[in-house]
Write a protein that binds this ligand. Structure first.
Ligand SMILES: [Zn+2]
Length: 133
């Protein structure tokens, strides 16, 4: 199934930099300009200090697997992903100290393994994806 037919994240003024950055192979993590806190997922305010003065920091995209799960079946609203089963979704702890969810493109994962950014192509945007180093 083509990436154009799959559901995509709803883009808005808060999260669009994340997905367009991934399209260009860059992982942009939201950062508070006041307290420097990094946060994922993108939000309109800093979860640490409440500031609305937020920007973006380019991450190296390197990190380690914090946790992961094997997806073996899809539910009603996700039929578009059936052809990709089984696949892994990982929580990756980036070198920057923030955790991000993304597709893990390998099937031999272990907690603590080093990974690097390898975004998924979703047409006009990219989605978080990782490969084992
Ligand atoms: Zn802050």
């Amino acid at each position: 199934m083509s990436s154009e037919m799959k559901p995509k994240p709803e883009m808005d003024g808060v999260n669009s930099a994340l997905f367009t950055g991934l399209k260009d192979g860059k992982l942009l993590v939201q950062q508070c300009n006041d307290c420097k806190n990094l946060q994922f997922y993108p939000r309109p305010i800093c979860v640490k200090c409440g500031s609305i003065n937020l920007g973006w920091k380019e991450s190296s995209g390197k990190g380690k697997i914090y946790s992961f799960t094997l997806i073996k079946r899809v539910i009603m609203n996700s039929k578009e992903f059936e052809s990709e089963l089984p696949y892994l979704i990982a929580s990756v702890e980036l070198e920057d100290g923030v955790r991000i969810y993304g597709r893990l493109k390998d099937h031999n994962a272990r907690i603590g393994q080093q990974v690097f950014l390898d975004p998924l192509d979703a047409g006009d945007i990219g989605l978080p994806g990782f490969k084992i180093s």
